[in-house]
Design a protein around this ligand. Structure first.
Ligand SMILES: Nc1ncnc2c1ncn2[C@@H]1O[C@H](COP(=O)(O)OP(=O)(O)O)[C@@H](O)[C@H]1O
Ligand SMILES: [Mg+2]
Length: 587
């Protein structure tokens, strides 16, 4: 009992979503009550039918009663149709809204959230869990009022016909209550575990499919198959368990019902034989009892569905309740342009799950138009530092400023609008080349797209493709080579034409020719912009106005290439002496 209370309270969280539809709910509720009343009325009609037509042989009643009965069924049929559709329509709208909110909430989460939760897990919540919610809404909204109303109406008829008999029949109710509580608890647990397993299955699938090249290269198909089978098998066993418990409810209830009816017939039959009850009254009563079975069974189903789905409600609100860490604060200023400088002021940062600071006490000013190269060993914190500028994460202490304004005081959209980012892992959408280049500038013309592609040294290879700019690139751009992908990503940044450019320059996995082209494209892109570049190549570093050496999360050295080379035991000198910076730092 203790455990079940807060669980039901979760359902109340759905109320704000339902509230705007209150007129629909009221109308649907009214129609549900019409269905219930018609049902009760039909049971009630059995007595006059029996007593007046069959016993008294009343010809008038013979003509009228069947018409009345038809009328009752007509009312019931139309009201039921209207109610079902109305409630289902409310349910679907609510579900669509929750799905939308979930998506936009997840979209607003910071990069660290995505680092913590697997994308397949998120997809499971948006798709599978919300589907379970849909099932919940369609059963509860459609069933609850109608079936409860029907139960009440039929009980009324039973008590009107013969209250002692009715009392005997309802003695089974407490037993039914206990039955559903026990079954419900089991179903809740099973539901929770199967949704967790469903997420796991999606994770296994997504990794096996996107990583299929590695799976093949390492010959681990067996292992993947075993992982899949493991989860799949557990899912099946949970589903079987769910069926065993779920299906138990009905036969058990039927048996309990039979016990009630048995008692009623014993007592009622005795009363009819002794003449205290007319056969009509008795059959009217029995009809009500038999009609009662349907709605009680449906209510039982509904309880089971609630229990099966409640963990999905939990999982959905779990995400909606996680506050987005990066969002505009009240009164955030919209940045119009970048005029003067980017400042890092005693910046420290750590990831949510890391123990030590990944960056500490970083102070640096980058003037407009400057090109600053960040070098350092892999894991030094270069990428993390770059991620702080467009607020993919927020600093732990200190601040980052743009023209003297804390980046947390400006609107995220206007901040990011000023920045172009080209990372080492290019991401392309499964669409055409033109779509991918035009991504950052809605409404870009074909001419603008082509111009950007030329600047990025990408036009020639694109034009040589059979479908040119209309060529689909495949998932994440798999149909293109690494160098081609990178040049498309550079063209995308060209088209956005941002004043500030952040480059995580990666050319390590490119062949010499691609690297040359990418370098040319990058060189072109860097012109007349403020550039923060994580440099892996000496050539880039030499071009930079200043070089910043990041070591162990701190700024170890700052200066021009020549200045830093004069430091006898400087880190930079040591890095440069290894000739190729590529070898040292590939990420
Ligand atoms: N999402 C993350 N969560 C926790 N730790 C991270 C995360 N991303 C990077 N790190 C850690 O932060 C440190 C700096 O990483 P990074 O900035 O990528 O280094 P670099 O780009 O200089 O190679 C590394 O020790 C890395 O393990
Ligand atoms: Mg990096």
């Amino acid at each position: 009992m203790m455990a079940s209370k807060p669980r039901y309270r979760l359902l109340l969280r759905l109320w704000p979503y339902l509230r705007p539809y209150w007129p629909w709910l009221v109308a649907g509720g009214a129609m549900a009550l019409a269905v219930s009343s018609a049902e009760g009325f039909i049971a009630w009609l059995v007595k006059p039918a029996m007593d007046d037509i069959f016993l008294k042989r009343d010809l008038f009643m013979l003509k009228v009663l069947p018409l009345i009965l038809l009328g009752a069924y007509l009312v019931k049929g139309f009201a039921r149709y209207g109610q079902s559709y109305l409630m289902a329509a409310v349910g679907e709208r609510v579900i669509a809204r929750i799905r939308r909110e979930l998506y936009s909430h997840i979209q607003g989460m910071s990069l660290s959230f995505y680092a913590q939760v697997h994308s397949a897990e998120l997809m499971t919540r948006v798709v599978n869990d919300v589907n379970r919610l849909a099932r919940l809404s369609s059963t509860v909204l459609v069933m609850a009022v109608r079936q409860m109303g029907t139960v009440l109406a039929l009980l009324t008829v039973m008590f009107m016909r013969e209250w002692v008999l009715a009392l005997i029949a309802v003695t089974i109710f407490p037993a039914v209550g206990v039955l559903f509580r026990t079954i419900g608890r089991k179903l809740y647990k099973i539901g929770k575990r199967s949704q967790e397993k469903m997420s796991e299955l999606n994770v296994v699938l997504q990794e096996a499919f996107t990583g299929n090249k590695i799976v093949k290269a390492f010959g681990r198909e067996r292992l993947q198959q075993e992982r899949f089978d493991g989860v799949n098998d557990r899912l099946m066993r949970l589903a079987l368990k769910d069926h065993r418990v779920d299906e138990l409810a009905e036969p058990l209830m039927e048996i309990l019902g039979a016990i009630g009816i048995m008692g009623a017939i014993w007592y009622g039959g005795y009363r009819v034989i002794s003449g205290a009850l007319t056969p009509g009254e008795f059959f009217s009563f029995t009809t009500a009892v038999i009609l009662l079975y349907g709605p009680v069974r449906q209510l039982g189903r509904m309880m089971n569905t609630i229990q099966q789905s409640i963990s999905s409600v939990e999982r959905v609100f779990d995400i909606l309740d996680t506050p987005p860490t990066i969002s505009d604060k009240a009164g955030a200023v919209t940045l119009q342009d970048f005029r003067d400088r980017i400042g890092f002021e005693a910046v420290s940062f750590r990831y949510p799950e890391s123990e030590d600071d990944v960056l500490s006490d970083i102070t640096l000013t980058v003037r407009k138009g400057e090109m600053v190269a960040f070098v350092g060993m892999s894991g030094a914190g270069k990428t993390t530092l770059m991620d702080l500028v467009p607020r993919f994460h927020d600093v732990k202490s200190g601040r980052i400023t743009l023209d003297g304004r804390d980046v947390r005081d400006v609107s995220v959209a206007s901040l990011r609008a000023l920045m172009g980012i080209v990372t080492q892992e290019t991401f392309l959408f499964a669409d055409t080349i033109a779509y991918n280049i035009g991504y950052g500038r809605p409404g870009a013309t074909q001419a603008q797209i082509e111009h950007a592609a030329r600047l990025a040294q990408a036009h020639d290879f694109i034009a040589a493709l059979p479908e040119g700019y209309g060529t689909p690139v495949g998932e994440r751009g798999v149909k293109l080579s690494g160098g081609q992908r990178q040049r498309i990503a550079i063209a995308r940044a060209f088209l956005k034409d941002p004043p500030v450019l952040i480059l995580d320059e990666a050319t390590s996995d490119l062949d010499a020719e691609s690297e040359f082209l990418v370098q040319q494209a990058l060189g072109e892109l860097m012109k007349n912009r403020t550039v923060l570049v994580i440099a892996h190549r000496l050539a880039t570093v030499k071009h930079a106005d200043r070089v910043v050496v990041v070591h162990d999360g701190r700024l170890a050295e700052v200066g021009t290439h020549d200045q830093l080379m004069t430091r006898e035991d400087g880190i930079y000198r040591r890095l440069a002496q290894l000739q190729s910076l590529d070898a040292l730092s590939t990420n």
